[in-house]
Design a protein around this ligand. Structure first.
Ligand code: NAD
Length: 469
């Protein structure tokens, strides 16, 4: 019963969590989520949810993050719809046993990998793409035949509330639940036994998730962030480079895990790039992005203050305007910040783009390698040798040559981090595999029970075995 006291409601939900998770685990144990038909039905229901409730979803995204319809469609609703479409098209094939050859010593026999669901998955989402980051892992969980508990980010409160309403309306309530809330609720969820935890968010909470998971030896996928570099050499097409940088940086007002965090540019083209970026910002968002319907807002005051503090004592060469009331933070360029400043020490995760000029582009690879492995790395160049050098001499979760995060549009590409930017990947079949156990199976026949491997052993047996193995 809701007493009208928000604390009472929260406490009530926390005390419900254990029972909720236990009930869902029992449903998984009953086995029906393994059926292909059930998986397809749930995926189609998700599709229906998006089609029928798109206006409500778009309104929630506008309220939480000021997302315009086109951007919200491309990066959230449409993204999940195409993931579902791709999954429905290939699911039967993904579920099939994956045959492999069998060595002579195990003949006659058959060998294959049989994907099986893991069980009940906890999906913890982040606020910046509050629909996609909960629903895309859910698509993978359903495809793999799992049940799931969803914990949307409390920071995107409108979307969290909406998902808590819509998921039970469309999906099988025995197999899926949404738990709303913040630290207390997540802590209680993390105390439960799950078969996988799929977490998207920052590194600090990633550590909390991983240590909670260790208690039950639960495997985790951590989709984290970090500072994603963007290298521009002097052979790049500067106009196209600028357009693609501006598109990928200021979508969602820079609050994108794979947005370019900073630019490393050869000094011979630095001025040209700076001017081109300024022009593209104005071309995309008008003279003042504040009045643009296509430009988003900062999620909350805490993040707003954090971003504002990054600009202290910096050389702001473009932008810097802010309106704390509306959450507007202008697209901002900072030239050659101190590498010790917070701006260059923390993930920016907002609309500020530092541009660092290098005497030689050869300094870019060591610059990247001296820092944590990023979630994404971008290199703009017309020099194939240089692109290959960057690819082979750096490490990053995902790389795009000559564009922003276009790899996100290809469901055949696994998406995930490496090192401090995360572990495990998803989207398309990689998500299905991530939330499946790829069970090894060997089927043998009773025929030809060759005694070579059985004791008592002899020199002859050993020499024959050496030849076979
Ligand atoms: P957030 O504040 O929404 O937190 C993420 C989740 O963790 C939320 O559901 C929240 O309730 C939970 N949480 C927060 N504090 C907790 C605690 N103490 N104990 C347990 N759970 C807790 O998101 P955030 O951390 O601000 O997200 C931003 C980060 O996420 C950035 O680093 C960004 O790069 C990264 N990110 C990564 C991806 C990706 O796909 N790799 C996508 C989006 C964001």
């Amino acid at each position: 019963m809701n007493t009208g006291n928000p604390d009472a409601t929260a406490t009530e939900q926390i005390s419900d969590i254990e029972d909720k998770v236990t009930a869902i685990r029992e449903v998984f144990a009953s086995g029906y989520s393994k059926e292909y038909a059930w998986r397809v039905e749930q995926l189609k229901q998700l599709e229906l949810l998006i089609h029928e409730k798109q206006n409500l979803l778009l309104e929630a995204l506008a309220a939480d993050l000021g997302k315009c319809k086109t951007e919200a469609w491309i990066s959230e609703l449409g993204f999940v719809l195409s993931d579902i479409k791709h999954t429905l098209k290939h699911l039967k094939k993904w579920m099939k046993p994956r045959k492999t050859s069998t060595p002579v010593g195990a003949q006659p026999g058959k060998s294959y990998v049989l994907p099986e669901p893991l069980g009940t998955v906890l999906i913890i989402g982040a606020w910046n793409y509050p629909f996609q980051l909960v629903l895309a892992p859910l698509v993978a969980a359903i495809a793999a035949g799992n049940c799931a508990v969803l914990k949307p980010s409390e920071l995107a409160s409108q979307m969290s509330k909406l998902l808590a309403e819509l998921i039970p309306e469309y999906l099988d309530t025995n197999a899926f639940a949404v738990v709303e809330g913040a630290v207390d609720e997540t802590t209680e969820l993390l105390a439960q036994r799950f078969d996988h935890i799929f977490y998207t968010g920052g590194e600090a909470v990633g550590r909390i998730v991983m240590s909670a998971a260790a208690k039950h030896l639960t495997p985790v996928t951590l989709e984290l962030g970090g500072k994603s570099p963007c290298i521009v050499d002097n052979t790049a097409n500067i106009d196209v480079t600028a357009a693609r940088i501006v598109w990928s940086k200021w979508m969602n007002a820079g609050q994108t895990c794979v947005a370019p965090d900073y630019i490393l540019v050869d000094k011979s083209v630095a001025d040209q790039l700076l001017v081109a970026i300024e022009k593209k910002i104005q071309a995309f968002y008008g003279e003042s992005a504040e009045t643009s319907e296509d430009y988003g807002k900062i999620i909350n005051q805490r993040h707003f203050q954090r971003l504002g503090s990054y600009l202290e004592n910096q050389n702001v060469v473009f932008g810097g305007g802010q309106n704390v009331q509306t959450g507007y933070f202008e697209p901002t360029l900072v030239l050659n910040p101190s590498l010790d400043s917070e701006l260059m020490q923390q993930e920016i995760f907002g609309p500020i783009l530092p541009i660092i000029t290098l005497d030689s582009i050869n300094q870019a690879i060591p610059f990247v390698n001296q820092r944590s492995k990023p979630l994404a790395l971008y290199v703009y160049t017309n020099n194939d040798d240089y692109a290959q050098k960057v690819l082979h001499q750096t490490s990053a979760g995902n790389v795009c040559v000559n564009d922003g995060f276009m790899f996100m549009t290809n469901p055949n590409l696994p998406f995930g981090g490496v090192g401090n930017s995360g572990m495990g990947s998803y989207h398309g079949r990689s998500g299905f595999d991530r939330l499946s156990h790829l069970k090894t199976v060997m089927e043998r026949s009773f025929k030809f029970d060759v005694s070579l491997r059985y004791p008592p052993f002899s020199k002859l047996k050993l020499s024959m075995l050496k030849r076979i193995l």
